[in-house]
Design a protein around this ligand. Structure first.
Ligand code: FRU
Length: 492
């Protein structure tokens, strides 16, 4: 029985275990926003995840809210994810949650936007200061050209900044200001003046901020936006002036090709690197703690091929998504089928056990019945047979002894008892049992039968026969004969 149970359990385990994709590590991804750039990053992570089937992602988006992002990180801590990837909204506000996760023993990879301090496991992100320097480089190039046209007039730059507390907004601004400052000492004649409005990273906010600015300011010479979406928003407000954005992915590249904005600076998302680093950290393999990604300027000549490449990647990623969804539904179906199969096996196993139990109980009942009813009955029957055999033998011997002494006047109960070696009581009981009458009656019966035989086969008279068979008188013989045979005796 134990062997059967062990085999069934082993079979179930084998069936549930084989070909199952049960990721070992769960990675929490905390995204501050959900724009095109972040969607690209998400796609890159998912694509890379195909190479790491032992990991699974759980993504939460804070939609620009520091509070929500902190709460989401805290929930990841409570759920004890194996690793956390965080792209913080505003550095200072989100840092405490990042620290909490790190101190709770969860490895933390900070993505794209740095947080103060060094309580994190790894950082992978672009060089925002260098992005700012690229913006300055473009502004200076423009200012140098303008200088020839209008001497003395300040060259007006309108900066459309990202969310103020976020690292890229701070560093891009600083990079740009430092770049412009340095250029002044290096022969930039025009007075470059920078004014900022806040676009908070959103296209609509940028459109509104630039439109509001233009209500009480003259047209700037150029607009520099901290990302392409805000550059597009600014272009919607002022279609006629040169605009630079940042990111250099699909919406921005398309805007350059369409002539809406002039250029952009690349800002890599590299979700693939994040997943690779996560895998290395989880598998305790060597990894780079601080990875800073390169940035370059994208103008119209570079934008078109990049756009085509970007579109191809997007198509790839979309196909990947479809395949993943299909695979997921197949795995779900497979898991469901396996569950049904296991339930069936368990059901039949229980049924088998019940049947086995029923048969076992029935067997026991039959055995008890045989032991208590059938066997005693058989024994009784055997005993009865033995007894009747004994009786037959006794009846035979009784008849023989009686028949041998029918003519002997000594044949009486005592004589018979001594011949058969039985006491008076035993003799009575046994003769009664086999003959249905007492010993005297039996002797008389045997004498009457012999008398009848003699009367029929010899020439003896009634008197002679009565005397021969020891009846006290012929009258008594006649009486007994009539009683036994129902008619009077007659000689031949
Ligand atoms: C998207 C984004 C990008 C920008 C990056 C900086 O959320 O605003 O456009 O380059 O974040 O973290």
């Amino acid at each position: 029985m134990r062997n059967i149970i062990v085999s069934v359990v082993a079979l179930c385990l084998l069936m549930t275990g084989c070909n199952s994709r049960t990721p070992q590590y769960r990675i929490g991804v905390s995204q501050c926003l959900d724009d095109a750039w972040r969607q690209k990053m998400n796609y890159e992570m998912e694509r890379e995840l195909l190479l790491h089937p032992d990991m699974t992602l759980s993504r939460r988006i804070a939609y620009g809210s520091n509070e929500l992002q902190c709460a989401q990180i805290d929930s990841f801590i409570r759920e004890r994810v194996d690793l956390l990837i965080v792209s913080p909204n505003e550095a200072r506000q989100v840092q405490p949650a990042v620290t909490r996760a790190y101190r709770a023993g969860i490895p933390v990879i900070v993505a794209d936007r740095r947080v103060p301090g060094d309580e994190w496991t790894a950082f992978i992100g672009g060089d925002n200061y260098k992005v700012g320097r690229l913006m300055a480089q473009w502004v200076i190039g423009k200012a140098k050209g303008e200088r020839l046209k209008a001497k003395g007039k300040p060259f007006m730059v309108l900066e459309v900044a990202g969310l103020p507390g976020s690292t890229p907004a701070t560093l891009r601004h600083k990079g740009m200001m430092d770049g412009i400052e340095e250029a002044k000492g290096e022969g930039l004649e025009a007075k470059v003046e920078v004014q900022s409005v806040m676009g908070r990273w959103y296209q609509e906010d940028a459109y509104e901020a630039v439109s509001a600015y233009l209500e009480d300011h003259p047209l700037p010479d150029v607009i520099v936006a901290h990302n392409d979406l805000m550059a597009i928003g600014a272009a919607e407000a002022v279609p006629s002036i040169p605009i630079m954005g940042v990111d250099g992915i699909h919406p921005g590249l398309q805007a350059i090709v369409d002539g809406k904005i002039e250029c952009s600076a690349t800002y890599s998302s590299r979700g693939d690197m994040l997943i690779d680093a996560a895998s290395r950290i989880l598998h305790k393999e060597p990894y780079v703690r601080d990875t800073v990604l390169e940035t370059t300027l994208v103008d119209l000549t570079a934008a078109y091929p990049m756009l085509k490449q970007d579109e191809a990647i997007t198509r790839d990623l979309e196909t990947l998504h479809i395949v993943q969804t299909q695979a997921e539904s197949k795995w779900k179906q497979q898991r469901f089928d396996r569950l049904v199969l296991i339930l069936f096996m368990v059901f039949f196993f229980i049924l088998f056990l019940i049947t086995l139990g029923y048969i076992f109980i029935k067997q026991r009942k039959i055995q008890t019945e045989i032991k208590h009813d059938i066997i005693p009955q058989l024994e009784n029957m055997q005993e009865a047979i033995q007894l009747s055999k004994k009786d037959e033998a006794f009846a035979e011997r009784l008849r023989q002894v009686v028949d041998d002494y029918l003519t002997d006047p000594h044949l009486n109960v005592e004589f018979l008892g001594s011949k058969l070696q039985l006491s008076r009581t035993q003799l009575f009981r046994r003769v009664k049992a086999v003959a249905g009458k007492g010993p005297l009656d039996y002797i008389r019966e045997r004498r009457l039968v012999r008398a009848d035989e003699l009367l029929r086969t010899t020439d003896m008279t009634i008197q002679q026969v009565a005397l021969e068979l020891c009846f006290s008188s012929p009258g008594y013989f006649t009486k007994c004969y009539k009683e036994y045979f129902g008619h009077l005796p007659s000689a031949r």
